[in-house]
Design a protein around this ligand. Structure first.
Ligand code: ADP
Ligand code: MG
Length: 727
């Protein structure tokens, strides 16, 4: 009988390229074609409705019902010219995936007549049957309803599927009692908080013309691409997103021949195809290339305002997944689909930009404006230093544990890389007594930072949080994550820190200090009290673990413990003080994340048990049978023990592997049973982390050893080389 593996290999080898339908030769012809852009709004909305929407977008003003009706009707008319029949509120519940529930514009009027209708209330608010979205106990008893509410700051768009087109309206998702049940609601609050703090500082100290500001985000997305047939033949990838077994191939990434290498034709076609779909949705994709590991790739858009960038990234993952099916591929967003080769991240390039067009994290040659740069730069260092635990928590997940923290993964120490030039500038300004005599007005002249940073080229790839010329790159975010978690935390801690900076500086000015001196004095204090978080060396090395411990930096290894930072006294104060989360929301989110961790490890454990029981053990036994028969035959032919000693040794080796696998399966089963009975979610998560996960390793090691010796014909699961090197 053909195994799934051999079938998959046949399919892969006979695959050809798929014809791509290009919407047009030029991207600019169809970019944002499926978005209700400013131009379409002007064409389809009354002047009054258009102004109401733009005010809502730019000033956060509310839209009243009458106007909402007009907007809805204009949106519907636009959508219908594009062939749209349905609409949906599009939201981001805490499952990590996006959610949609489609309704038709079509309304029967009786007597066989009907119209297409879309009302203001359907645009503004919906009540999806929300009882099966994670809520962490918020909607547990009497109030099971939640509602979605329109976010006008992210434009409506049209999702195209083979069967038809749907108008999608980005929304927040909250409980009836007002608590956030999604990523977007708290994100919008955090972005609002940081804007307020930034504007306050810029307008008071640097430039009165600054009336608005925003955080910018460019998300680099890494992913693996494997053939769909392989995916079907690997239940672990299909169900858990990663391989729980698999001997590493003789060739991995050691030759470093994949990074920036030429893109295989089938992959290239897939890329072009999903990029075109993304362009139609207004996602400004800019780069594509091979990543370090075999079959690993990356794409990155131009940066956008954070909320939009995150919507676009969520949408992009969805589009990539859909388009991959057409090409016989499966996109893997898991942080570590394959052991022994690099994992995938989602690098969050983040900065702060004013309405006057100034990137506040971009150093300039002008000493005056560099004081502004310096203020924001040092405040980032201080905010990350003071809230390192929370930032660590914001990227914690079962998948990302393989990239940071867990066994064999690099350490999960929060540190910042700023490069040698800026280190020099900081040290001269703030640590060297001679040049920091700010009161003589000399210090400002020292803030001379070359515009083109040398460090752009020698950047540190092992830093979880790196300054890369004119932005910070938060690289620790997992490839499958919704970036909102990281962005909620980063923007909240920044907002909070910037407010403190403003208060402390104002206090000095009030005491009679010159503005520049006051700013420098405060920054000097910040720099010196937080510089222990700066690290320029190899963040993956053992030395750093020791050094970081000496510096008093935390190295929180696992997800359940990392998540504790969300509910510490200081985090609660921080979030409540800034109006981002109330305590109940934080507790709920914490609960949901711990539960999600449990569910993920539970699935992995079950898949591992299943694969080991029904694939690995039978393959081992089949091979043993062959060996035993071979020994019998040799005996029958009159050969002696020394002639078949190799076969005997192999037989014994296989027995030993099989016995261990079997024992460990039994252990996992009993540990699973125990863990599921632990009432407290955090303790349950810890049991999955510390009792169950470690049992994966001996099973895997013994299985991989078997894979290495068992007759290739008898091995039923596609091997690493087949998944990673056949394109
Ligand atoms: P690299 O791989 O060298 O880090 P990429 O070009 O792949 O560089 O990605 C850089 C990302 O940073 C892009 O998404 C880009 O739009 C984004 N970016 C550039 N400037 C800013 C900024 N001021 N704010 C936020 N993101 C930015
Ligand atoms: Mg990068």
């Amino acid at each position: 009988m053909l195994t799934l593996r051999s079938k998959a290999l046949e399919i892969v080898q006979s695959r050809g390229t798929v014809a791509i339908q290009k919407p047009s030769e030029k991207v600019s012809d169809f970019f944002a074609k499926n978005v209700f852009t400013d131009t379409s709004m002007q064409a389809f909305l009354s002047k009054e409705a258009y102004e109401a929407v733009t005010d809502a977008i730019h000033k956060g003003q509310k839209i009243d019902r009458a106007i909402a009706n007009q907007v809805a009707s204009g949106m519907k008319n636009w959508a219908m010219t594009m062939g749209v029949t349905h609409y949906t509120h599009w939201f981001q519940p805490l499952t990590g995936a996006t959610a949609e529930k489609h309704d038709s514009f079509f309304e029967p009027l009786g007597d066989g007549k009907s119209i297409e209708k879309f009302t203001g209330s359907a645009l503004v608010q919906q009540e999806p049957d929300a009882s099966s979205f994670p809520n962490g106990g918020i909607r547990n008893t009497f109030e099971a309803r939640g509602y979605t509410a329109w976010d006008p700051s992210s434009p409506a768009f049209i999702m195209e599927n083979n069967g038809g087109k749907t108008l999608c309206i980005p929304t927040i998702f909250v409980s009836y009692t007002g608590e956030a049940l999604d990523y977007k609601a708290p994100l919008l609050k955090a972005l609002h908080a940081v804007e307020k703090a930034v504007v306050d500082i810029c307008a008071s100290y640097f430039d009165k013309n600054v009336t608005h500001a925003g955080a910018s985000l460019g998300i680099e997305q890494e992913y693996f691409l494997i053939d769909e047939a392989m995916w079907f033949a690997r239940p672990d990838i299909m169900l858990a997103g990663r391989t729980v077994l698999g001997h590493s191939p003789e060739k991995g990434q050691q030759l470093e021949d994949h990074y920036f290498g030429s893109i295989p034709p089938r992959v290239f076609d897939f890329m072009v195809d999903f990029e075109n779909e993304a362009y139609k949705l207004g996602i400004p994709l800019k780069t594509r290339h091979n990543e370090v590991a075999p079959s690993q790739y990356e794409c990155a858009p131009n940066f956008e305002e954070v909320n939009l960038a995150i919507d676009h990234n969520q949408l992009l993952m969805d589009v990539m997944d859909k388009v991959s099916a057409k090409h016989g591929f499966k996109v893997l967003f898991h942080e570590k689909p394959f052991a022994g080769v690099n994992g995938s991240g989602k690098h969050n390039n983040w900065s702060l930009i004013t309405n006057t067009g100034v990137n506040l994290l971009s150093p300039t040659k002008n000493p005056e404006t560099n004081l502004q740069f310096l203020s924001f730069f040092v405040n980032v260092i201080k905010a990350v230093h003071d809230h390192a635990d929370l930032l660590r928590a914001s990227i914690a997940s079962a998948g990302n544990e393989h990239r940071l923290g867990a066994n064999e993964a690099p350490p999960a120490i929060m540190s910042i890389f700023i490069g040698s030039q800026l280190t020099h500038v900081m040290e001269t300004l703030f640590a060297n007594k001679k040049t920091t005599n700010a009161s003589k007005g000399k210090a400002i002249q020292v803030i001379n930072i070359p515009e083109i940073m040398v460090d752009n080229t020698d950047r540190n790839r092992t830093s979880p949080f790196a300054f890369t010329g004119n932005k910070f790159e938060y690289r620790a975010v997992g490839s499958s994550a919704n970036s909102a978690n990281a962005m909620i935390v980063l923007n909240t801690v920044m907002a909070d820190q910037l407010q403190k900076f403003k208060q402390e500086t104002d206090a000095l000015i009030k005491k009679g200090k010159k503005k520049e001196d006051a700013i420098l004095e405060i920054l000097k204090g910040y720099y010196n009290s937080s510089k222990k978080i700066l690290f320029e060396g190899n963040g993956y090395g053992e030395d750093w673990v020791k050094e970081a411990a000496k510096r008093g930096l935390k190295n929180i290894k696992n997800t359940p413990e990392a998540l504790n930072a969300y509910i510490s006294k200081s985090s609660k104060d921080l979030f409540v003080r800034n109006g981002i989360f109330n305590e109940r929301e934080l507790e709920a989110r914490y609960e949901i994340m711990q539960e999600l961790y449990v569910k993920k490890i539970d699935i992995e454990a079950k898949v591992l048990i299943q694969l080991a029981s029904s694939h690995v053990i039978p393959s081992g036994i089949s091979y043993q049978k062959n060996l035993a028969e071979n020994i019998q035959a040799m005996k029958g032919a009159g050969l002696t023990r020394s002639d078949y000693s190799m076969q005997l040794t192999l037989l014994k080796q296989i027995s030993a592997h099989l016995t261990t696998i079997h024992q460990k399966i039994e252990e996992i089963k009993s540990e699973l049973d125990k863990a599921h009975h632990i009432e407290d979610t955090h303790k349950r998560a810890l049991a999955f982390c510390k009792k169950i996960k470690p049992l994966f390793e001996p099973i895997r090691n013994n299985s991989d050893a078997l894979e290495f010796v068992v007759d290739d014909e008898l091995w039923k699961l596609p091997k690493y080389r087949e998944m990673l090197f056949i394109k």
